[in-house]
Design a protein. Structure first.
Lengths: 236, 190, 358
């Protein structure tokens, strides 16, 4: 007959082992240190957000390369508004489940850095208090213009305007995207390059096929021209 | 969609209809409780587990159907399907581990009333309360019919298709209101 | 016993009528978290409802996603790639581990052991949540499943990390059992408390570990064989007798965790390469049909009843919540017990208010 209470003592031995072990093995530690350096210059209202916040990410132990928080608009290297990828097609606005995106298309096209005229969003607001970071806007965007950021330290004392991120707050460069999500950014760039190469190859093949058809038509016309004078005389 | 054959049901209950499109048995009026007891006790079925009870609201709508006439011509016929409310039961058998049999009770929308199947399957108790709360269907014979998810003094039945929300929000000028307005004006379509 | 609890089950109220310390009557009151998810889904496309299914049973977002994806895939004929099926099973079983281990922690928390087993459980849960974050980007609201597969493939090295977590889990379970299963206080407080007989359990529509603790061998993974569960060898732990008390439920969950580890090892061994998303149509517009798809979520049977009418939005979208239906018998189990036992019985039913109220 075992001692009454022996089960409790066994349990206490486990607890003691965990307690002592937590000083030596990180595994046994149940609480993690949320170590971050609070920055004195937290943004006070929209428009004040730091342009590229690599620093904010590295301070915390809880954010990894894979985590997603609110979205951001991508631009390639150069001036943000010249290399912006978004053409204000408004697909993300339609598909967003909580309807937190508000886009106004520009009324006329503007030339971007590549020389092509494109529409751009005159207004692109995301209401961060509503956005649930579900990533559906990223999935449906046909231009890879919107991707997920990892920035969550967006608290501000301004209740009404401070949680509305405007277009200029959302624009971040592709280089920053590579810094925070290296695998995902590399995969995305690879896919864009492959699609571009495939499109060019198809265009080239179509051009060659058109050229070949034009040559064959010219040859057929030439043959037909040699043969028709007799027929025309007969018809007349 | 039922995976069990419904043929044996038609013998003791010849008034029961079989809805082909939905794959469901429609219980005859007034006999739903007897049918449910029979389904639970009969050896062919032994449906002792009622998995899901839900309500569906159908407003009056026009249905276009392609009808093939005798001479082979295909004509599109428009008919008006009357409004109704359905209460759908999904039944399984734990003893025989067989698939679902769908049972439906149909009623009208003006004064919806059906028989409660709580005496047969206890799991209908809370779910029928929810159908009463959100659709307004009166379950005759339910032991404790009152609102379950909305508060007791609430008026209206939210899941009905013609339910309009009361305009009594505590309004706060958050930027989201802009977006909400745009959505309500029909500019943003999901 | 008001909407606030020390054990964070959610906003759930029980109106209890007492005679001294014995419970004479008990009425559960809920609806504090009612967001009318079913009506919202009638306004949104099928894909846009997927993030909202995460928020139903917020502990097990992967299982909720799978139930919805299963129901919607029955409406349309989509071929799901092999790798996606294996990954789905891996995610679902990891979710089951997360749920059962946290639930045991919360249950012991209800008994009064404030925090110690709970935090040990959370320590293991953190490792699994890290895995979820690496795969889908978010720890809890994963939004990972799509119609026809998964959203994206897991990153490099994820399978090795998952294997590490799974290999170290049995040692943790051994230690956990040593901490809890012979503890006299737990034994005397949970045995004979909250008995649920077999017939009442079947009639009341109880599913999940609660049903199996009452002696019924019914597991949807074995009955419906959805996904590729028929390829894995696993046993279904269920109780032998008819008692079905809190201790039975506790033991069934501990045994189910071991079975889940077995399934995970088999899945991690058998997974192959390939795509993770089948050819889904661009716009998900199924033909008019009705479908009921269900999975064995860690809490019970989670089912989705969808009525499609040819438009991109569902006509009727219904969630069959296991937690709500398991609450049918709360009153029956608590009558005649003491007040303190009422808290334990609620803890052993395993409810999550996101699901009860939707």
């Amino acid at each position: 007959m075992s001692l009454l209470g022996s089960g409790i003592f066994k349990g206490m031995a486990v607890t003691l082992r965990n307690f002592v072990g937590s000083f030596f093995y990180r595994d046994r530690l149940t609480t993690n240190d949320y170590s971050w350096r609070p920055s004195d210059n937290l943004p006070q209202r929209a428009g004040e957000y730091p342009k590229e916040e690599g620093e904010q990410l590295r301070d915390t132990t809880t954010v990894t390369n894979y985590s997603r928080n609110f979205p951001m608009l991508l631009h390639d290297s150069g001036e943000p508004m010249d290399t912006i990828r978004c053409v204000a097609c408004q697909i993300c606005e339609r598909e967003c489940p909580p309807q937190c995106i508000y886009i106004e298309k520009s009324t006329e096209k503007k030339e971007n850095a590549g020389g092509k005229p494109q529409f751009y969003p005159a207004t692109f607001d995301i209401d961060v208090s509503v956005c649930m970071s579900c990533q559906i806007c990223v999935e449906v965007c046909p231009f890879d213009a919107i991707v997920m950021n990892s920035q969550f330290e967006l608290s501000t004392p301004d209740r009404f305007g401070g949680l509305l991120l405007r277009r200029d707050d959302l624009l971040k460069s592709n280089g920053y995207y590579h810094k925070i999500h290296p695998e995902e950014a590399a995969a995305r760039d690879k896919r864009i390059a492959e699609e571009k190469a495939a499109k060019e190859a198809k265009k080239k093949a179509a051009a060659e096929a058109a050229k070949k058809m034009a040559e064959e038509k010219a040859k057929a016309d030439a043959e037909a021209n040699e043969g028709t004078p007799d027929m025309q005389e007969d018809a007349e | 969609m039922s995976e069990l054959s419904h043929e044996p049901v038609l013998q003791p209950f010849p008034d029961a209809e079989w809805d082909e499109a939905a794959g469901a048995i429609i219980a005859p009026l007034g006999q739903a409780l007897a049918l449910a007891e029979w389904l639970r006790d009969d050896d062919a079925f032994l449906l002792d587990y009622c998995s899901n009870v839900t309500g569906v609201d159908y407003l009056e709508r026009e249905v276009k159907e392609k009808v093939t006439k005798e001479d082979g011509a295909v004509e599109t016929v428009t008919r008006t399907e009357p409004s109704r409310m359905d209460v759908v039961y999904h039944l399984y058998s734990m003893q025989k581990q067989t698939g679902p049999l769908v049972l439906k009770q149909r009623t009208n929308r003006e004064k919806p009333e059906v028989e409660s199947l709580t005496p047969v399957w206890r799991s209908c108790e809370l779910q029928e309360r929810e159908v009463f709360d959100l659709f307004g269907v009166n379950f005759m014979g339910h032991p404790d019919q009152r609102r379950i998810l909305m508060w007791d003094e609430f008026e209206g039945h939210p899941m009905r298709k013609d339910y309009t929300e009361p305009f009594d929000y505590e309004w706060e000028p958050t930027p989201h209101d802009e977006i909400l307005d745009k959505h309500q004006r029909g500019k943003v379509i999901v | 016993m008001g909407p606030h609890h020390p054990s964070t089950h959610g906003v759930f109220r029980m109106d209890v009528k007492l005679d001294g310390e014995t419970v004479v009557d008990l009425q559960p009151v809920f609806g504090y978290l009612h967001r009318n998810h079913e009506k919202l889904a009638e306004d949104m496309s099928y894909l846009a409802s997927m993030p909202f299914t995460d928020r139903l049973d917020y502990f097990n977002s992967m299982s909720n996603n799978w139930a919805y994806a299963l129901a919607a895939e029955k409406l349309v004929e989509i071929e799901i790639p092999e790798r996606a099926e294996y990954l789905r099973v891996i995610m679902a079983e990891l979710t089951r581990l997360v749920n059962h281990v946290s639930l045991v922690g919360f249950f012991i928390n209800d008994l009064g052991a404030l925090g110690t087993p709970l935090l040990y459980a959370f320590r293991e849960r953190e490792k699994i949540l890290d895995l979820f974050e690496q795969a889908s980007g978010a720890r809890m609201m994963c939004n990972y499943f799509r119609f026809g597969g998964l959203r994206n493939d897991v990153p490099e090295g994820w399978l090795d990390r998952a294997r590490e977590v799974v290999d170290r889990f049995p040692d943790f379970l051994d230690e956990y059992e040593k901490l809890l299963c012979e503890n006299e206080i737990i034994l005397s407080r949970t045995q004979g408390v909250g008995c649920l007989s077999r017939d009442l359990a079947i009639s009341a529509g109880i599913t999940g570990p609660m049903l199996r603790a009452s002696g019924v061998n019914y597991d949807i993974r074995k009955v419906d064989k959805y996904g590729i569960y028929d390829r894995f060898q696993f046993r279904v732990p269920y109780s032998d007798g008819d008692v079905g008390d809190c201790y039975d439920r506790f033991r069934v969950r501990m045994l189910e965790m071991r079975e889940s580890i077995g399934i995970l090892k088999q899945a991690l061994d058998g997974i192959g390469d390939g795509p993770v998303l089948g050819d889904a149509p661009k716009v998900f517009k199924p033909k008019p049909a009705e479908v009921y798809g269900r999975v064995e979520a860690p809490k019970g049977e989670l089912g989705f009843y969808l009525i499609a009418d040819g438009t991109p939005k569902p006509y009727r979208y219904r969630v069959r919540p296991p937690s709500l239906i398991n609450l049918t018998v709360l009153r029956d189990m608590c009558l005649g017990q003491k007040v303190a036992d009422a808290v334990i019985i609620l803890g052993s039913i395993d409810i999550v208010l996101g699901e009860v109220d939707r």
